[in-house]
Design a protein around this ligand. Sequence first.
Ligand SMILES: C[S@@+](CC[C@H](N)C(=O)[O-])C[C@H]1O[C@@H](n2cnc3c(N)ncnc32)[C@H](O)[C@@H]1O
Length: 168
Amino acid sequence: MHCDPFTYVALDFSPAMHEIAAEHLGELASRVTFLTRDFREPDWANDLGMFDAVVTLQAAHETRHKRHLVPLLERARSVVAPGGVLLYADHYLTPETKLPALAPARDEQPLALERAGFVEVELRYEEGNMALWCGTNEPPRDETTTYGERQGAVNPVEQIAQRFAIHR
Ligand SMILES: C[S@@+](CC[C@H](N)C(=O)[O-])C[C@H]1O[C@@H](n2cnc3c(N)ncnc32)[C@H](O)[C@@H]1O
């Protein structure tokens, strides 16, 4: 997946981490809005607008327990535009994991995306005990579309058909 965003909103609860990120980005930092938000607060996604892609890289475990993963991803989905994607990368559980409560099993990672409402969940990359998953936010179903509108109807029979909503 190619990703060259024109603008980017970066969230972190640590202003110090934002400063480090801005230093690394150099001139590109001018494209970034750095916002201080705490993912453990239920309102962290409020007033952000909608995005074509939301990325969480090695950060979801910072909610400090894997039971918080689905609610976190649900909130993330609330700011993904219809048809947009979530990219979620984090460590999964292995026998060596020091804090097992933080890390879901590998199989639980895509299930968490599906439980949060994402569709077409796919593995995009994997290295060590970290996997990158992509989920799509399904476009809303348009239940008011009429048969005629969908067919470009012009004759009388089709004009009648236009009066009957088709539920897709
Ligand atoms: C392991 S670092 C990963 C940073 C970056 N995504 C990367 O891969 O280089 C985890 C980041 O999550 C941030 N973080 C930890 N807990 C957080 C929270 N509750 N809300 C928002 N950010 C948090 C930390 O400040 C840190 O920048």
